[in-house]
Structures are given as structure tokens and as C-alpha cells.
Design a protein. Structure first.
Length: 64
């Protein structure tokens, strides 16, 4: 699963640990999501999108 979480997080100048704390998961979970090795729940996707001020489409949906 490809996503743009890492790029959106870097735009906001926040670390994986800071994002993890804000969405109440571990830093390792954020790393796995960014590397496409973990499929987050819809609720976690929403929390990440709100925190990064992006839409779900911008972060998680691929446009072909």
C-alpha cells in the first residue's frame, strides 16, 4: 500500500514520534504505515489526516 503520510508529515515538520503521540499509536506503527507494511484502520487514517490537515484521498488513495 502506497501512501503519502511521510511527505505530509515532513511538510508539517513533525517527527514520527510526534505524529504517533498525537494520534495515540507507537512511533513504530507510524513507520510501518509510511513504509506500506501496515494497513491502518479507517479511524486511524482519519486521525492521521486530521492531524496532518489533509484529506483521506490526499494521503491514502491512489489516483490512476
Amino acid at each position: 500500500m502506497h501512501n503519502k503520510v511521510k511527505f505530509a508529515r515532513m511538510e508539517k515538520s513533525i517527527t514520527q514520534a510526534q505524529l504517533a503521540e498525537r494520534v495515540k499509536v507507537t512511533r513504530q506503527t507510524i513507520g510501518l504505515i509510511e513504509n506500506g507494511k501496515y494497513n491502518p484502520s479507517l479511524q486511524l487514517c482519519i486521525s492521521i489526516a486530521k492531524t496532518l490537515e489533509k484529506t483521506l484521498d490526499e494521503l491514502f488513495w491512489e489516483v490512476e
